[in-house]
Design a protein around this ligand. Structure first.
Ligand code: AOF
Ligand code: ZN
Length: 364
């Protein structure tokens, strides 16, 4: 199952909002087929593993199938995996975790058992749920999984006072990694200050594939019409969240934004004084399973303070910026939050930097 989970993990970045799933078929101590769900809309892991088996002229009859998610029994974009498995006549199926989706929720498992197949559920369950944490969270709570991401120096500064010479804090490898984070998410959010200072594009690069919704919290509609975000709004969706009053005052600018392809949403949201719930509702309505919050410190701080972060991903660069650095997250937080250590902690070296990832609540 550990190998099946490793296979599944390869799909991260291509399968979302579907879960990443891996499948191995074992017979007489040999692996005779492996497969994963490779991309959204593509065949499921079990189908790929059975096809792999056939391509090796191996017969899955009497084998044991290891799969990281309950096989589906619905007809979605692809046919039901449960029926394909039953036709293959394995002796047993070992499943890491049940699929909580309404179209599954144990029904796939029941179908296999009714066909006389021995089914075991719960092997490496926590690991499987961790791998697809945003999927489980969204299906089970209806809420978007929120990831906060930032890069900082050893003394906790998120930016340089003078970014003209070198705007970066983290190195090249960290930045490439951050683009992989963007690729797996359905929406990316920043505050207006980040737009004014960095003029970001907020697209996953190298380009191609999914185009996450780019969201800017901009209560005074200060986004420059010549910003990279607006220049690319006809190709990459852009949503600007502002105040209803601002919209009345800035009707002309709002029209220009919409003419360029930007969408405007008015929701009473006060980042500083803590009310991001309407945003959560909007994300849920739009079916956004995972949101990446990229800054700046005020926006990140607001999500932390309001207890809305599910996951934190920090790139730590081995440098002390001292007075050359600014925008520390600590000073942005009025109250102390996140006092307990993150759980399911992972650390990784990325060139000179250290990446630290963790969840704000344990997965059981
Ligand atoms: C499986 N094996 O590898 C995956 C499953 O639209 P579809 O047809 O691709 O179905 C997507 C749903 O199927 C998804 O929401 C989840 O419940 C399940 N994913 N099931 O048997 C797989 N990826
Ligand atoms: Zn399936």
């Amino acid at each position: 199952m550990t190998s099946a989970l490793e296979l599944a993990a390869d799909g991260i970045g291509s399968v979302e909002p579907n879960p990443a799933v891996g499948c191995l078929i074992e017979k007489s101590g040999r692996i005779i087929g492996r497969g994963k769900h490779e991309r959204y809309g593509g065949p499921h892991a079990e189908i790929n593993a059975l096809a792999d088996c056939r391509s090796r002229q191996a017969d899955p009859e009497g084998a044991t199938i290891y799969v990281t998610l309950e096989p589906c029994c619905h007809r979605g974009k692809t046919g039901p995996c449960s029926e394909a498995i039953i036709r293959a006549k394995p002796a047993g199926v070992v499943i890491a975790a049940q699929d909580p989706s309404a179209h599954a929720d144990g029904a796939g498992i029941r179908q296999l058992r009714e066909a006389g197949i021995r089914v075991t559920v719960g092997v490496c369950e926590a690991e499987a749920r961790r791998l697809n944490a945003p999927f489980y969270h969204f299906v089970q709570t209806g809420k978007t999984w929120i990831v906060l991401k930032w890069a900082q120096s050893l003394d906790g500064k998120l930016a340089r006072v003078d970014p003209t010479r070198n705007p970066w804090i983290s190195g090249e490898q960290s930045r490439a990694d951050a683009h992989r984070l963007r690729r797996r998410t359905q929406a990316i959010l920043v505050g207006i200050n980040t737009v004014l200072i960095d003029n970001p594009l907020l697209t996953p690069r190298p380009s191609g594939g999914r185009r996450p919704l780019r969201i800017v919290m901009d209560s005074d509609l200060r986004i420059p019409l010549n910003s990279q975000l607006l220049q690319t709004a006809s190709d990459h969706p852009l949503l600007i969240v502002t105040d209803a009053q601002t919209l009345t005052r800035e009707a002309g600018k709002a029209k220009e934004i919409e003419r360029r392809g930007g969408q405007i949403l008015t929701r009473k949201m006060d980042i500083e004084h803590g009310n991001l719930r309407p945003l959560q509702d909007e994300l849920r309505t739009r079916g956004v399973q995972q949101l990446l919050v990229e800054g700046g410190p005020k926006t990140l701080g607001a999500f932390l303070e309001q207890g809305l972060a599910n996951e934190v991903c920090v790139y730590i660069a081995p440098m002390v910026l001292g007075v050359e650095g600014c925008a520390s997250l600590g000073t942005a937080l009025a109250r102390k939050v996140c006092q307990t250590p993150l759980c399911h902690l992972e650390t990784k070296r990325l060139g000179p930097d250290l990446r630290l990832r963790g969840l704000t609540a344990p997965i059981t």
